[in-house]
Design a protein around this ligand. Structure first.
Ligand SMILES: *[C@@H]1O[C@H](CO)[C@@H](O)[C@H](O)[C@H]1NC(C)=O
Ligand SMILES: *[C@@H]1O[C@H](CO)[C@@H](O)[C@H](O)[C@H]1NC(C)=O
Ligand SMILES: *[C@@H]1O[C@H](CO)[C@@H](O)[C@H](O)[C@H]1NC(C)=O
Ligand SMILES: *[C@@H]1O[C@H](CO)[C@@H](O)[C@H](O)[C@H]1NC(C)=O
Ligand SMILES: *[C@@H]1O[C@H](CO)[C@@H](O)[C@H](O)[C@H]1NC(C)=O
Ligand SMILES: *[C@@H]1O[C@H](CO)[C@@H](O)[C@H](O)[C@H]1NC(C)=O
Ligand SMILES: *[C@@H]1O[C@H](CO)[C@@H](O)[C@H](O)[C@H]1NC(C)=O
Ligand SMILES: *[C@@H]1O[C@H](CO)[C@@H](O)[C@H](O)[C@H]1NC(C)=O
Ligand SMILES: *[C@@H]1O[C@H](CO)[C@@H](O)[C@H](O)[C@H]1NC(C)=O
Ligand SMILES: *[C@@H]1O[C@H](CO)[C@@H](O)[C@H](O)[C@H]1NC(C)=O
Ligand SMILES: *[C@@H]1O[C@H](CO)[C@@H](O)[C@H](O)[C@H]1NC(C)=O
Length: 818
């Protein structure tokens, strides 16, 4: 016994009759999230129903909505859709009450979600790490439940972080539990172990057992819990028997007793008791539960005396690991029959991997019996992590492109047309488009097969862009952490310098995961074929030794977003926010529109970017805008595309028509670009959950003011009084047209570009004027058409990007401090 005690540390948290849950508790309406969906799903629970709303209002970064097309919402419910994170992303849930929150995560992978491996944290506690679901266990949902203490004034941030491949979640429940649901102070308890301060731990629910009855589903529980029948856990089955089910209601809400939220009546109306017909009547009933070795557990035993036939009839002992004979004497306190209550313990597990829980008779009881109604076993988690949910990922790029910042209005149109024309004339793959690189290009053997981490070949990759791993190691000083400029689920991004002196951003992905590989290939195939002064250039890639590395030009000024407003993700980093003037903003918009217009109309095979947002527009040292991140892009003729199976993109920017029809068109990019225009004008995020509901979504909020012709009321305070009203009106009109509900009502990028240039002209009346008064939007359409019909005679060949870029590489000037 002594040995046993020295091996086990026990602590008894004895709260049998003192604290109980608040009877005033009303089951909350928030937060129940049907992830990856825009439509609500209603689910029953005992005492009401609960609505899982779509997650459009949240703005998890680096995530996509995915849908199982083999099921319907009727058959699969909340499991038909999911949110998939390719990099760290989070749900930031506002809360309005201090307390312990029940956080329940639902995982039910369908085909495109197999092989996920990830970690999850909530409020800084590590909930799951290296979590994956083996394929042979994917026939039913996996539900993980935690009790998380959260302080009012701090959001409940649930962060999903891919460990190698990606993360996903089908549904999230996060709601406050009644006061006192989990004891949070020692006042009335005996605590003998220092490490079990419940108020600063998360509890991870391991077992929840309905003793003496059958399984209880979420639909019949008061808090949507599941309870599992106990029979499989009984050590010696013949020693116990089911007591017949109690036909009345348990007497809830007695002082010191349990409430219906502590456990539903189905738990308290059933119990196991000693098998009276068994000869060895004097024996304990023992259940054995598998638990982690060497961890601390919170154990709650539920009792309700539906067994005794006489007043103060039954007194018995409860044991954990055969110790602690805790006397259970229901009548002592309540003096009536069928009052539910519970007893809590905190106990360290032993090294066996099991926990024994027993009830057994006492010789001083009037009737020799013992019973149990329910068991909950939860593991204490104290692992803290400091992840930032929304990592900067796009900081990396960069360039030292010296290409000029100011593109004259007429010329910019001309450049596009020029390139467009050239494109038609000569295949884009023309190798002369490539800057000469002094890096080790792939040898001819490399051209035959390129092994990838998962053993497939990477077809059609542009092998002239291959860079050796040795070169990469040299460039990044062996991935020196000091050179790291960004990190995300896909991997880490380093600043580096190639042998030829070119500054680059090196994006290194974790090896061996499906999604990453696809994006890797997409990005190489697309980017290797295009080159434009307003698109971030791919300089090379490396796939040696299981590596997936992309090398881009280095973008010294980071993302557009950083220059518009600081966000949570910027906290702790010195904010790089600089006040961009209206003219600078117009030029940036014009640059990005140029890049996008080129993707849409300048290539033989048009490209739909699919993820236009302010973090994917990067700025070089001269604030020249370039569109980045082509991992989601789709290429091909419009007619041969694009009924898509997975909704991809970023919330706040997603085209509502695309969400409805699943039909992908270039007009979806136009919509997203419209949101970026509002972001630039108003200097606030596309989705801001901290704002009142009508203001959360920038597109909706902005449109409502545009319709009133009062957009000036919500613009960036820094711009107030600095924008020419005509310029503002034109800019606003342009954004409004981009945000039209129907794609066909939206302009194409050429029109947008034209309008933005016009808005810039209106800001500078001294610049060469177009002859049109700024009257109605139709003008821009006509002008765009005229532009196309009348090809310019100006010789702009030197502005053509290929030339400019290749020259740029030889004379790079990089901002070292970035
Ligand atoms: C996840 O697993 C990998 C190997 O399986 C291991 O190297 C890594 O340390 C684990 N990470 C965590 C957080 O447990
Ligand atoms: C699932 O597969 C793993 C290994 O692939 C195996 O260890 C485990 O027993 C399997 N589980 C079931 C329920 O088949
Ligand atoms: C709980 O008890 C332990 C041990 O007596 C003590 O160290 C700790 O401060 C107490 N916590 C609270 C919240 O009272
Ligand atoms: C107890 O009741 C449950 C539910 O009715 C049943 O599944 C189980 O077999 C019963 N156990 C015993 C020992 O009778
Ligand atoms: C009860 O739930 C457990 C665990 O989910 C499951 O294995 C068992 O088959 C269920 N029993 C019944 C009768 O549905
Ligand atoms: C109770 O004990 C008797 C005698 O050992 C046995 O026959 C019977 O099956 C037991 N009842 C249960 C529910 O196990
Ligand atoms: C249990 O954990 C403690 C500290 O966490 C450690 O010192 C001890 O070695 C572990 N024991 C076993 C059996 O793993
Ligand atoms: C659990 O109970 C079984 C049966 O009584 C016993 O063999 C085992 O040693 C017990 N384990 C502990 C840790 O008490
Ligand atoms: C029940 O278990 C406890 C702890 O192992 C033991 O001390 C007691 O004697 C047992 N009672 C019976 C009736 O077996
Ligand atoms: C109930 O029985 C216990 C044990 O026999 C005794 O200590 C207690 O005083 C009794 N309570 C009442 C109300 O009779
Ligand atoms: C009850 O058990 C205790 C300890 O096991 C013993 O000291 C006491 O004499 C017993 N009382 C009766 C009435 O058997």
């Amino acid at each position: 016994m002594t040995m046993l005690f020295s091996f086990l540390t026990f602590s008894l948290l004895f709260l049998p009759f003192s604290i109980s849950s608040s009877p005033n508790y009303i089951f909350p309406e928030n937060h129940f999230i049907n992830c990856g969906s825009d439509s609500p799903i209603v689910r029953n629970r005992r005492g009401g129903s609960t609505t899982f709303s779509g997650d459009l209002n949240f703005n998890p970064h680096h995530s996509d909505s995915v849908k199982d097309l083999t099921t319907t919402p009727e058959s699969a419910g909340i499991y038909q859709t999911a949110r998939k994170f390719t990099k760290s992303g989070s749900y930031n849930l506002p809360i309005d009450e201090n307390g312990v929150y029940m956080v329940r995560l639902h995982f039910f992978p369908f085909v495109s979600l197999f092989d996920a491996k990830f970690s999850v944290s909530a409020s800084g506690f590590l909930l799951l790490s290296n979590f994956s679901i083996p394929r042979n266990l994917t026939t039913s949902p996996v539900i993980k439940e935690f009790l998380v203490p959260v302080l009012k004034g701090r959001n409940l941030e649930i962060i999903f972080r891919p460990d190698s491949s990606f993360a996903f979640v089908n549904a999230i429940e996060a709601f406050v539990t009644p006061q006192g649901f989990i004891p949070n102070s020692n006042d009335t308890t005996h605590v003998t172990s220092s490490k079990n301060d419940l108020s600063s731990s998360v509890l991870n629910v391991i077992h929840r057992i309905n003793v003496g009855g059958s399984n209880i589903t979420d639909e019949t529980d008061t808090m949507r819990r599941k309870w599992v029948a106990d029979d499989d856990y009984l050590l010696i089955k013949r020693l116990a028997m089911n007591h017949s089910i109690y036909s009345d209601e348990p007497k809830y809400d007695q002082v010191g007793g349990a409430t219906q939220y502590d456990a539903p009546d189905l738990v308290y109306k059933t119990a196991k008791e000693m098998n009276s017909s068994h000869v060895e009547t004097q024996s304990n009933i023992t259940w054995r539960f598998d638990v982690k070795r060497n961890a601390t557990f919170f154990v709650r035993l539920h009792f309700c005396d539906i067994v005794s036939v006489q007043r103060n009839g039954t007194v018995f002992n409860a044991y954990i690991y055969g110790m602690f004979g805790k006397p259970i004497s229901p009548y002592d306190r309540f003096e009536q029959f069928a009052v539910p209550f519970y007893v809590d313990f905190v106990v360290d597990s032993d090294g066996s991997g099991f926990m024994n829980i027993s009830v057994g008779p006492r010789n001083d009881s009037k009737s020799i019996n013992a019973f149990l109604n329910g068991v909950e076993i939860m593991e204490l988690i104290n692992d803290r992590v400091e992840w930032s949910g929304e990592k900067k990922n796009n900081v990396w790029i960069i360039v030292g492109s010296v290409v000029g910042g100011v593109v004259l209005i007429s010329v910019s149109v001309v450049v596009i047309l020029c390139c467009l024309k050239q494109r038609n004339a000569q295949p884009v793959e023309n190798s002369s488009w490539w800057p000469r690189m002094s890096v080790n290009a792939g040898s001819s053997e490399d051209r035959t097969t390129v092994r990838t981490p998962i053993g497939s070949t990477t077809p059609d990759m542009n092998l002239g862009l291959k860079i050796s791993f040795a070169e990469i190691l040299h460039a990044t000083n062996k991935f020196d952490p000091k050179f790291m400029i960004g990190e995300g689920g896909f991997g880490k991004v380093y600043k580096g310098t190639l042998h030829n002196g070119v500054k680059v951003a090196v994006k290194r992905s974790e090896a061996g995961h499906g999604q990453g590989l696809m994006e890797f290939q997409t990005e190489i195939m697309l980017l290797s074929k295009i080159r434009h002064q307003h698109l971030v250039s791919l300089i090379g890639y490396c796939d040696e030794r299981y590596e997936m590395i992309l090398v881009y030009e280095f973008m010294a000024k980071g993302t557009l977003r950083e220059h518009l407003y600081s966000s949570n993700e910027d906290l702790g980093k010195s904010s790089s926010r600089s006040e961009l003037s209206w003219d600078q903003r117009l030029q940036i918009c014009i640059g990005a529109a140029n890049g996008l217009q080129y993707l849409h109309a300048g290539l033989r095979e048009p490209i739909i970017h699919r993820d236009i947002k302010s973090t994917n527009i990067l700025l070089d040292e001269h604030y020249v805008a370039k569109v980045a991140d082509f991992g989601l892009s789709k290429s091909g003729q419009p007619e041969e595309t694009h009924i898509v199976t997975d909704v991809k993109g970023s919330f706040g920017y997603l085209d509502p028509e695309y969400l409805k029809s699943m039909q992908l068109t270039q007009k979806s990019d136009v919509y997203s670009f419209g949101v970026v225009l509002l972001e630039v004008l108003c200097a606030r995020p596309a989705v801001d959950n901290l704002l009142p509901r009508n203001q959360m979504n920038l597109a909706e909020w902005g449109l409502s003011w545009l319709k009133e012709n009062q957009i000036e009321k919500i613009i960036d305070p820094f711009l107030v009084g600095k924008i020419n009203p005509n310029s503002l009106r034109k800019f606003g009109e342009t954004a409004e047209k981009c945000l039209q509900e129907n794609g066909t009502d939206r302009p194409n990028m050429m029109d947008v570009l034209w309008d933005l240039n016009y808005a810039r002209q209106l800001q500078h009346p001294t610049m060469p004027q177009q002859s049109h008064e700024d009257t109605n939007s139709d003008v821009s359409w006509q002008m765009a058409l005229t532009g196309i019909n009348r090809l310019p005679s100006i010789n702009v060949s030197t502005s053509c990007v290929s030339v400019a870029d290749s020259e740029a590489f030889s004379e790079l000037k990089i901002d070292e401090t970035r």
